[in-house]
Design a binder for this molecule. Sequence first.
Ligand code: SAM
Length: 286
Amino acid sequence: MSNTYAACLAAEPRSAANNRYLDLLRDCIIGSIRPERYRRLINQPWWFAPISKALGRVGFELVRKASYDPRLREEGLDWPANAESMIGRKRMDNLRFCIESALEDRVPGDFIEAGVWRGGAAIFMRGVLKANDVRNRLVWVADSFEGLPAPDPKYSADAGDRHSTLKDMGVSLEEVQRNFENYGLLDHNVRFLKGWFCDTLAKAPIDRLALMRLDGDMYGSTMDSLEALYPRLCVGGYVIIDDYNLPGARQATDDYRLRHGITESIQRVDWTGVYWRRSTAAYDGG
Ligand SMILES: C[S@@+](CC[C@H](N)C(=O)[O-])C[C@H]1O[C@@H](n2cnc3c(N)ncnc32)[C@H](O)[C@@H]1O
């Protein structure tokens, strides 16, 4: 190590180095530091399938050329071809703000994301905790790891919903674990809950939560997550709803808040992300 480099390191306070680490981690996870020049093909006409399959057999993949627009990535408006999260910079910054605010105010409990796709936002959660030297809190990573469910007839708001047909939404548990590992953030403080939210969340051995980030897109997925997790959210803890712009997720959020008399005001993050901070335990669900 050169003397100048060593002097620079010595001169930089830990908090500044942490900030730089977390900004870099965020930008890697959303893919803004290495913009892609192509986009994967999602939900193409039926006749693409045989062509894709044939190309796949000889080691090729059919993709679409695309130019990178940083404004879209800022708002999570494009699906990155390779990056680990699709939520964009503003929602990542909001996630960090909520985690650090809960830590600063000593709100007890773990952190969870329900709906992780390639794992990016949950990886970032673990990174923020690590950068803040937090060793006694878990990050829960909940997903089917096979995409969204077919609409449950119990939830009429999801009738006709086609999210379950989006094959690109199914990312395996192994791939998500590998993504954690690639960032050096897979350790005993990360716990995976594999399965449909209606089967896994209520019985998960989670005691208290300081933050719950819900990104399940549909009415049923959002409602199942709120019902299982909100009663465990501590006062001072945060709820983040990624998909408030989607009619199903918004309806589920509004229905749940109304049913349980939750009046904390909803704060906007960007065109779809919202959050609120739990200010009272006095509601009928716990
Ligand atoms: C929009 S993606 C999540 C994006 C992710 N948060 C990110 O940082 O890019 C939605 C995810 O929710 C999962 N999901 C939706 N509903 C679910 C349910 N009812 N049970 C289990 N997983 C579900 C899907 O498998 C998918 O991985």
